[in-house]
Design a protein around this ligand. Structure first.
Ligand code: PHE
Length: 343
C-alpha cells in the first residue's frame, strides 16, 4: 500500500465528507445537486470508486473501510434527498409568492354607465306620484286626431290644431302634441275612481332653438272620482312641489284656457333657482277640472276630476343650468357625464 492509497483514505476522511456535505447543502438548484450526485455516488462517482477499491484491501481493512465508506455514502444520499426536498420547497414558496393574489385589494371597476338626466328627473317624479297612490301608465306616441284633439273638446276648426304645430302622417294620424290623449284612452278602458300619471314624449313642429325642440317630454296627471274638486288639484300640485323641493313650498295657479278643462289654469312652483340662487316662480304647465264634454266623450256621469300636465325638460333645464335644450338629445358624453349620479 504505497501507491498513495493512504492519502486517498485521508481524502475520504472526515474533512472530505464534511466538504461534500456542505456542497450538497449549498447546491443552488436541482441540476447542481444532480451533478454532485453523479460526481459522488454515480457509476463512476468518487465514493463508488472507493467502494470498488475495497476488493484490493485485506479483509480486516476492507470491513473497516467498507463500513466507513458505506456510512459516508448513506450520509451523502440523505443529504442529497434533504437538499432536494428543500429546493422543491423553496421553488414552491417562490411560485406561491409570485402567484399570490391579494383578495383584499379593491377590484377593477367596470366603466359605470348612468341614466340620462331626463330619465332621472322622470323617475323622481314617478316616485313622488307612486308614493301618493297614483298608477303609472304610458300611451302611444302615434295618435289619432280623435284622441289628441276631438275627444279633448277641440272643435274641428280650432286653431289649436295649427298652434300646436302638429306633425301629421300621410294617413291622417299625428305624433301626439301632448300626453293628454291618454286621459281619454284611460277613461275609455277604466271605471272611476282612479289616479294616474302618464310620462312620455310629445312632438311639435316648432322652429328648433335653445328652448324649443321638436320633441320633448311631459308628465300628465288625471284624478277622477266623486266630489273631486279644485282643492284636490291644488293639494296634488302642492304635494308634488313639497316632495320635489321641500316642506312648505308654495304653488300658484293663474287662470288660462285649455278646451279640455274648466276652469283651467297654468301653475307654477315657488323655488330657489339653484342656478342663480334667486327665489322665483317656476312655470310648469297647465291644469284644471276635467271638462264635462270630455266626460261626455267617454260616457262618464256623476263624477268630477282634475288634470294637469307639464314639460319635464323645464324641471331639468332650469336647475341644472343647461343652456340649450338640444343638449338633451345630442348624446354628447361631455354633457351626459356631468349628470351621472345627480338627484
Ligand atoms: N296638455 C296641455 C299642454 O300640453 C297641458 C294640460 C294638461 C292642461 C292637463 C290642462 C290639463 O299644454
Amino acid at each position: 500500500m504505497t501507491d498513495g492509497s493512504e492519502e486517498r483514505r485521508d481524502d475520504l476522511g472526515a474533512d472530505a465528507s464534511a466538504e461534500w456535505l456542505s456542497q450538497i447543502a449549498a447546491a443552488p438548484d436541482a441540476q447542481a445537486l444532480q451533478e454532485l450526485r453523479v460526481r459522488l455516488i454515480g457509476k463512476k462517482g468518487e465514493i463508488t470508486q472507493q467502494l470498488k477499491q475495497l476488493g484490493k484491501l485485506d479483509p480486516d481493512e476492507r470491513r473497516e473501510q467498507g463500513q466507513r465508506i458505506n456510512a459516508l455514502k448513506g450520509r451523502v444520499e440523505e443529504a442529497i434527498e434533504a437538499r432536494k426536498a428543500e429546493l422543491e420547497r423553496q421553488r414552491l414558496d417562490a411560485q406561491l409568492a409570485s402567484e399570490r393574489v391579494d383578495v383584499t385589494l379593491p377590484g377593477t371597476r367596470p366603466t359605470q354607465s348612468g341614466l340620462h338626466l331626463l330619465t332621472l328627473v322622470t323617475n323622481r317624479l314617478l316616485d313622488v306620484f307612486r308614493s301618493l297612490g297614483y298608477e303609472v301608465v304610458t300611451g302611444p306616441e302615434l295618435e289619432t286626431d280623435h284622441y289628441n284633439f276631438t275627444a279633448l273638446n277641440f272643435p274641428p276648426d280650432h286653431p289649436a290644431r295649427d298652434t300646436q304645430d302638429t306633425f301629421w302622417t300621410t294617413d291622417g294620424r299625428l305624433l301626439r302634441t301632448h300626453t293628454s290623449p291618454m286621459q281619454v284612452r284611460y277613461m275609455e278602458a277604466h271605471k272611476p275612481p282612479f289616479k294616474l300619471v302618464v310620462p312620455g314624449k310629445v312632438f311639435r313642429n316648432e322652429a328648433v332653438d335653445v328652448t324649443h325642440e321638436a320633441q320633448f317630454h311631459q308628465l300628465e296627471a288625471l284624478v277622477v272620482g266623486e266630489r273631486i274638486t279644485m282643492a284636490d288639484l291644488r293639494g296634488a300640485i302642492n304635494e308634488m312641489a313639497q316632495a320635489l323641493i321641500g316642506p312648505g313650498t308654495k304653488t300658484r295657479l293663474q287662470p288660462t284656457y285649455f278646451p279640455f278643462v274648466e276652469p283651467g289654469a297654468e301653475f307654477a312652483i315657488w323655488w330657489t333657482n339653484p342656478r342663480t340662487g334667486r327665489e322665483e316662480w317656476l312655470e310648469l304647465g297647465g291644469c284644471g277640472m276635467v271638462h264635462p264634454k270630455v266626460f261626455e266623450a267617454v260616457g262618464y256621469e256623476g263624477v268630477t276630476g282634475f288634470a294637469f300636465g307639464f314639460g319635464i325638460e323645464r324641471l331639468a333645464l332650469v336647475p341644472y343650468a343647461i343652456p340649450d335644450i338640444r343638449y338633451f338629445y345630442q348624446g354628447d358624453m361631455r354633457v351626459l357625464e356631468q349628470f351621472r349620479g345627480v338627484l
